[in-house]
Design a protein around this ligand. Sequence first.
Ligand SMILES: Nc1ncnc2c1ncn2[C@@H]1O[C@H](COP(=O)(O)OP(=O)(O)OP(=O)(O)O)[C@@H](O)[C@H]1O
Ligand SMILES: [Mg+2]
Length: 294
Amino acid sequence: MTDRATADPAGTTTPPLAGASVEEVAGPAGSAPELPEPHSTIIEVDGLGKNYGNVIALSDVSIVVNAAEVTCILGDNGAGKSTLIKILAGVHQHSAGTMTIDGAERKFTSPRDALALGIATVYQDLAVVPLMPIWRNFFLGSEPTRWMPPVRRLDVTAMKRITRGELLKMGIDLRDVDQPIGTLSGGERQSVAIARAVYFGARVLILDEPTAALGVKQAGVVLRYIAQARDRGLGVVFITHNPHHAYPIGDRFLLLSRGRSLGEYAKPDITIDELTRQMAGGAELEALAHELKR
Ligand SMILES: Nc1ncnc2c1ncn2[C@@H]1O[C@H](COP(=O)(O)OP(=O)(O)OP(=O)(O)O)[C@@H](O)[C@H]1O
Ligand SMILES: [Mg+2]
């Protein structure tokens, strides 16, 4: 791809800061607050509820998200997992209960409100453009530009350098950041999205089922990057169906079923067997095993 092809056609993606360095323009999160001390609470929700018309999607749910810890949200289809994280991400508003960020009660009216406080969400259907190079996707919507008289151009060199560097920091060694992101495996794509959120200043990283469509090895790759983000001090909210993905990495576990909490456990208070049993609905699974037996 040539420089011309990548020039910002409308010049609208970044503010016209002539002469500013790339780091100033695109650097990690201008305005999001600093990362707090490890293990201090960033988000606390209490008695949270959400109705969609007559449907009670969430009722009386409470969790905390601490810096440098992983909060796992587990539950079957329709349990309310996505509804909960959409409230944290500012996509939906809660209809009951409270949400407290850095000690102040909040009700977000748009995802921008959440982002401004450093709460970044990676959705399962990643919003990537498959045919565009990795570096282009990394900066999508926040491209740094450089004044190259008589026009302002995308700073391609800087974007490639930063993308490569940020991925390396997360331990992701990609051969070539010029390859289309569509050529990466699902796990690698998730990892790029995580690195991107970290670079743009996330303090809380919300991942909606990042391992759902992945095989054992690729899921392992993503779990490692979740650990990396945690070790860098972020609070991580990890949504999954799979207790075997959640247990090794989670510090606390919230189990949801049909919009209600089945319990919140710190890791020392629950074993993987118990977590799996609760997830499977315990008695329900035993009944199913009986039914399927020949
Ligand atoms: N926009 C909406 N309008 C009406 N009902 C909704 C809406 N979004 C979700 N629901 C309902 O709320 C309940 C919880 O849905 P949610 O998507 O939060 O579940 P989930 O735990 O993320 O499930 P999955 O594992 O399938 O992604 C479901 O009964 C769903 O049908
Ligand atoms: Mg969901």
